[in-house]
Design a protein around this ligand. Sequence first.
Ligand SMILES: Cc1cc2nc3c(=O)[nH]c(=O)nc-3n(C[C@H](O)[C@H](O)[C@H](O)COP(=O)(O)O)c2cc1C
Length: 452
Amino acid sequence: MEVRAKPLWTRMAVDSAGGGWPPALTPDAGLRTALAVLDLGMVGTDGSRRAVPSAGASYPYECYILTRDDAGTTGLHQVDPGRRHCQLLSRGPRIDEALRQAALAVPEDGAVIVLATRPWLSMRKYGDRGYLYTQLDTAHLHMNLALAADSLGAGIALRRRPQGLEPLVSEYGECAEAHSTLAVTAVPTGDVPGAEPPGWVVRDARAGRPASLRRQPHWLERLCWESLVNDPAGAPARPPCTAVPPPTAPRRGDRAPLVPRTAFHDRRSATGFAPGTLLARDVLSTVDRALSVLGDVLPDAEAPPRATLVLRQEEPPEAEATGPAGPDVRWLPELSDASVAEAFMAQRHLAAASAVLLLHAPTASLIDEAGGSQLWTVLHHAGALAQLVYLEAARRGLAVTGVGGFDSERWRRLAGLPADHDVVYAVAMGVDTPDAQKLDRLSVAYAQNERS
Ligand SMILES: Cc1cc2nc3c(=O)[nH]c(=O)nc-3n(C[C@H](O)[C@H](O)[C@H](O)COP(=O)(O)O)c2cc1C
């Protein structure tokens, strides 16, 4: 078989969207609020690190913002967090109709942030498991944005898998799924009204070439998507919309934020763990606090994953160290580093983890084919809870990392989990090591046991 140069060369060519710079736009109050939320909860302050973790640093999602202008017309913006670039894609009744379908309202002077997943960005590295990571990664982000908005003083309303927004999302990029929304009430953003929020460029892309606004997935992304979607008409069916809870009251000075602002800046994934153990009570309080805030932010937790905390300290944890809503605790002082590394798919940098939070659920509830699968709900709650553990651990100075490369069966045996459960996610905590290379960030899919 021969690879022919001419068609190959044509395929490899690229052209720019062209059309010059669309005109700059004066962001309305809602957009300014949303960008301030994204700055804290998504972009992060450290140029080399986003505000949220992501398996293999692939960030397999995109973000839209809906706001209303003075005349009450809703506009749809697309955000590029890496470049801190925001563009108005469209405005008008079609967007209002989509919002009506999704039973969503844009708060006055506020905004609705829409997250859409692009599974292929993770699947190109991790294969089928990349879909799991996509759901967990996006849930991390959704929770972080909600907490960031709360810490800025906004009222929030969260929604999972909104029905009705698909047409908007797919109009600007196929092979994507609407994952969740976050409505935020207006907050003062501190910068000059009418100016672009610092560091952001906001443009009216409608003035450019309309065709260039549409992201054309290439064949690899399409192939990935088609492998997921059984229904030829589109994405998997969703349950009908239920009533939307109203936004929480904006946070005033009399209530402390759910998570202090500093935790967002201090968050990072541990690159490994040094030998030694954390105090059991610190780990338990971290997980307790995360579970309690999860219950506050997502009170409709129909299908939370079960949380089991493996502790490796020599001393048994005090009986009263965890609250009634705390995790199940397994004290396993005899668990060896070799067993931990094996159960984490030979990720040796995790071997000395002092504690491992296992999030698990009945396998049957995940794979129910009769339309009642809790898969997306369980993964959403697992990612959201893990984000809370990250932030609480950052606040307390504990090293922490989410771990998607785990052997569910091994952990089930090691921790004595119910035989009919599957682990969906793990969070490891331990003693920090000086910054080493984060293997999971390399292009090789280390957590899948691949070696270059
Ligand atoms: C769903 C998920 C799975 C992850 N799996 C692993 C893993 O198996 N091993 C690991 O060392 N880190 C893992 N991480 C951490 C990522 O490598 C880390 O978030 C990424 O490198 C970016 O670094 P940062 O979190 O410090 O910004 C995971 C993170 C997430 C959100």
